[in-house]
Design a protein around this ligand. Sequence first.
Ligand code: XMP
Length: 502
Amino acid sequence: MEKSKEYLQKEKFFADLDRLHLSLTFDDVRLKTRYYPEDYDPNQAPDLSTHFSKNIKLKLPFVSAAMSTVTESDMAIAMAKEGGLGIIHNAMDIDKQKKELRKVKKYVNSLIEKPIIVQDDWSIEQLLNYCNDKNFNFTTFPVVDQNENFVGMLTNNNLKYELDESKQIKDIFTPLDKVIRTDPKISSEDAFLMMKKHKTSTLPVIDLNNKVVGLYLWSDLVRIHHEKSNYNVNEKGQLIVGAAISSGTDYLERIEEIKNYTDLLVIDSADGDSKFVVDALIKVKENYPNIDVVVGNISEGESALKLAEIGADGIKVGQGPGSICTTRIETGIGTPQVSAIYNCFSKLNEKYSSIPICGDGGIRDKGDISIAIASGASSVMMGRVLAGVKESPGKVISRPDGSQYKEYYGMGSRKSFDNNPNSKIRYNQTDNQVLIEGVESIIPYQGELKTVLNGLVMALKKSMIYLKTKSIEEHRYNTNFTRITNSGLRESGSHDVNVIGI
Ligand code: XMP
């Protein structure tokens, strides 16, 4: 792909910094606005869709962190319903992680895999008794003959005007030649389109042997696939979710248990370019070539390139930018986040531009998200920004003065190490004596996730309007930076006034 004028400018900006061995983070830069290009349509809302990994699409570039105070099933469900993604942490035993993932997968039922079927020679009376006994509150059934072959559909419409209960189902049902049906290969979205086209509220799935193997209901599919729906779903119409795994001893056993309930895996480590992680990536890709594997965390371009060569389907960047992280202070390592993301982005562009980067950690102000994307991130992972919502794990803490909080602690904090032995593996530590690399904190309670995400969406769209970028992809390539000083930063916020409201 030919490099745009804007991309060349961005390259120069970072090359100049590199010559000085200087790395920057969010507060060190702002994004440069520009005169609108000829092909820019100001009436077209910016498109926020993107990828978390090669095959995992997102409607919004937001991912909730794989942390025990951020993402379990409630958060992952809420994130996917809004178009984002939750990564369920693995500081829990395999069984519990499987249960959490399963809850997300079962949240929306796009395809009823084992629909209740009824037989064509039953009388209506028999059917009504059956529904009564079983406490069914529905009257839509695929109908089969004595050999269990599909012969038609019975719906509420067939039933409601029939007053003679001695009649058989085959006297009143919709017979085979009038039933719109489909085969098992259809995706949930195509099933939706087919039902829309034929204006049918039920779509039985029939296999080559004429057996009923599923049922789609319009009422379920419209919730998922309506153009106004933000639901982020897979081919089967299930909410998309990711699972964190570590490079410790149990990861293959873990994957075997959870593989049917997750759309992707994230090898989650504080030291993502270590031999442990590389070995794990190789093994996982060998054993599970069809599942996307995102690997992190790193901050150097060379490491991104090597992980891509080995088969990573996505790269997670961020060593120490997180609000609860003390890794940089304790160990002296780490590159400030804007440069870390750009390092990986520019290196991957040489050969692996289809591998997305997730900028993990350090998002403080809403504008930081736009800056992370302009640095090359396809999505951002957030802990603190999301940990205060209703859907994060843990109770709301109420203070006597009426203020409300939620607990938020680092996966490398003492509390995490004490509560979940697994969290030590993220930091390659297994001994009793460990180096603490994170803190415990409380943060203000924020109510529902939806409200917080709406605020982030509005801010990102507005940023892209100022920058005249139409999509996340364009934003990654064509947005430029200016370096600012402390005076510039001071000028950026409100100043020289007594703030009495916003
Ligand atoms: P934010 O800034 O969104 O960061 O709160 C969340 C990210 O921080 C990472 N993380 C840690 N890093 N010590 C660290 O050095 C820790 O204890 C710790 N816990 C989480 C992680 O990448 C997360 O997504």
